[in-house]
Ligand binder design. Sequence first.
Ligand code: NAD
Length: 361
Amino acid sequence: MSFFQASFEARSAAVRVRFGAGIRHFLTDEIGRLGCCRALVLSTPPQSDSAMETAAALGKLAAGVFTGATMHTPVAVTEKAVAHALSVEADCLVSLGGGSTTGLGKAIAYRTDLPQIVIPTTYAGSEATAILGQTENGVKTTLTDPRVQPEVILYDAELVRTLPVAMTVTSALNAMAHAAEALYAENRNPMSTMLAVEGLKAFAAALPRVVDNPADLEARGETLYGAWLCGTVLGQVGMALHHKLCHTLGGSFDLPHAETHAIILPHALAYNECAVPALLRPVRDIFGGESAGQALHDFAREMGAPLALKDLGMREEDVAAAAKLAVAKPYWNPAEVTREKLEALLKAAWAGDPPASRDKV
Ligand code: NAD
């Protein structure tokens, strides 16, 4: 199958990527390549031991450790971290963790222009984009800026082995959502489609093996490969209805990031499939099924993913409010978005029903 398009625009970021089990041990070389000598290591509180170990291994190259990274990148935390970075005279950042830690590194870089080396430990993919989401006074805003794009990524499969299976599955579906929406992105190009298809294939092949045996280093490596591809594609093209719904549910109803992605994805694809069936064909081909939405729903269920928003604590009476908010400032989407259809989609996702096409609602 060719991904040729008669006309397109494409751009890709200058990012150095090193991939391999144990590759984190080359961190010292990478700091040197950047011409730096005082790294500030970042993590969340639960990953502080790993951050301390990393700093200890760096020896004199470590300027300090900041372990306060938290979900949604609150500006107050960033300001503390920037003050810390300045006080220890850091000349580069090492973000060791998932999207929350990477988000903190990006937020510091946005304010200081310090170079970033990211060592991802989930599949979220933030390390491969110039996108920064941050929260202030309960409002989450997103910006795209070249200063935010990490310069170096070290993908080390040994570090994702500790990710619990439930988080592994939702994080993988979060990554796959970037690839799935990239297939029909308004500004897609042949390269982004190739990345998206290969990213989905990697997760389809490796995630079941990781669920069977979370310590399987080769399968972990293949899922991390999928994360790189899906994150890279997120950095290249715009997202649509699925991401709008997830941002609404996360931002206004405080639902957890990766779990919400996992639940919404099959429903969003089913919604859009009537408008772009040919563009979503790779999803049917890779996961096997009559429709992309059903195929991903079945895959998510087999992987043990959560299927119902009610199980994340969302109240049924919030469904209508969420649909209203999501249509207020819609993202570009291949199928027409109406409040009525979104409410039907969200009702099904709330209850955990299989996804349905929305073309006749
Ligand atoms: P996370 O970074 O919040 O991690 C969740 C929890 O898992 C944390 O407590 C973390 O310490 C722990 N953890 C991470 N890796 C682990 C491992 N290997 N073993 C054990 N525990 C581990 O979650 P996430 O889903 O990776 O990131 C979500 C955040 O990333 C959201 O704020 C989202 O908006 C953002 N994000 C941003 C982009 C972007 O391009 N800007 C892309 C994707 C996600």
